[in-house]
Ligand binder design. Sequence first.
Ligand code: ATP
Length: 297
Amino acid sequence: GLPDSSGVPTLVPNIAPTHLQPPRIVSSNAVKRVYSADDFEFGDVLGEGSYSTVLSVTHRRTGQVFALKVLDKHHLQRVNKVKYAYVEKDTLAKLSNAGHPGVVKLHWAFSDTSSLYFVLDKVNNGELMTKINVLGSLSIDCARYYAAQMVDTVSWMHDLGVLHRDMKPENVLLDDNMRIKITDFGTAKILDENDSSGGTSSFVGSPGYISPELLISSTCGKSADFWLLAKTRKAEYAFPEGFDPIARDLVENLLVLEPAGRLGDVARGGVSALRAHPFFALIDWGTLWTSSAPVLK
Ligand code: ATP
């Protein structure tokens, strides 16, 4: 059900990261420190997750439209997923503070007695997965463009010490300009500052996309985010007839069982080697987020 926005919200300490708090709004007799559900007019439901409802909302004061992700606290507690909500909030806060066009931005976070609320960029053109399903496959130009945007975004978050750990086309949304916005940071990991190689160990990921090292040993580093579709344990996959040979070479260099052998891993020249792969030769990395997206086909 929808949250009761009429009650006075009880703020949980730390739910709104200090750098995400809006400037203080001083009215005649009150200083407002953080937002609450009352600051937004609720619109249509945009989607439902396992533990959340996402609504279109309008910020009353500015008229700006956002996506509001509402997580039911009691449900999260019942299914022991409170941790994931906080991981999502902390990771998104860190990434939003730095800012990248390829990540859904968290504008504010707050809570009341029933729910946690994330005020996010509203992303209007659905999941990349839906487009791939409708088209059957992407044209080579689109595959190149979307792969490049993902590489650019993922390598940027890695530089900030964030592993996504559940990269898949369902978690790649498309904005008004048909550029990507990566979402779903519930299973992300913020690396220790003194562990830049990223040895993390917990069982996360999705069947069909999980990297072999996560599947087998529950540990992963940055190159796990560059793993792609495959029958994971043995890297069993086949290329359809007519598959572009340069794209094939890229896939074969990403779907390497041993993480250190994977293009994009530090042992293989890091992300600069990945960007330099001939498949991306037609990509202008400098205008990747300003030039228009290729027509989807
Ligand atoms: P689960 O939690 O089960 O993995 P999920 O990750 O899809 O599912 P949510 O992140 O809560 O769960 O999203 C639910 C749905 O809401 C999504 O499938 C998408 O359709 C929509 N949605 C999520 N975030 C946004 C957004 N920022 N802008 C627009 N729509 C969104």
